[in-house]
Design a protein. Structure first.
Length: 163
């Protein structure tokens, strides 16, 4: 059995979680990722590294962690390569925004990384919410989802997992 088949067959709830449940779960995962990102940024700064290096290290460390936590905990969906690629692309698309904000806050306004990084993190929150929903659910839907019908076979329920 391939690793992607094992991941797809894991006992993850196949119905979409309601918005209210996703909301608090997203907040928990978002807080974990924000804390990890800011800890990396501040640690790199304290070690004498440039904030651009900190952003890159954070991207490489926090992106896979955030994807896995959002897939399983926030959305109750199995891990999929294509969904991870969409998630990583969305996070990477925010990279220029993050860099621009850090340049503005640190280089132009003279703020230290321990102050500028949390400001930039909060500013990118809405972007990250939309990207996570689009990557993992393939759409941004605020309405409650309906449970799958009993007539769908297991293979039909997992048909989209090889994306």
């Amino acid at each position: 059995m391939s690793s992607s088949a094992r991941i797809a067959d894991s006992p993850v709830d196949q119905r979409e979680r309601p918005l209210l449940e996703r909301g608090w779960r997203y907040t928990v995962v978002g807080a974990i990722c924000a804390i990890a990102h800011n800890a990396i940024m501040i640690a790199v700064d304290q070690l004498g590294g440039h904030y651009l290096l900190g952003i890159m290290i954070s991207f490489l460390a926090v992106t896979p962690t955030g994807y896995a936590l959002h897939s399983w905990f926030t959305f109750g969906k199995p891990l999929r390569v294509k969904a991870f690629a969409r998630f990583a692309a969305g996070v990477a698309a925010a990279y220029p925004i993050s860099v621009a904000m850090m340049v503005l806050l640190c280089s132009w306004l003279g703020l230290g990384v321990p102050i500028a990084s949390p400001i930039a993190t909060v500013a990118l929150l809405i972007w990250n919410v939309v990207v996570a929903h689009l990557a993992i659910l393939s759409r941004f839907n605020l309405r409650p989802a309906t449970a799958p019908t009993a007539s769908r076979s297991t293979t039909q329920q997992f048909a989209g997992n090889e994306e």
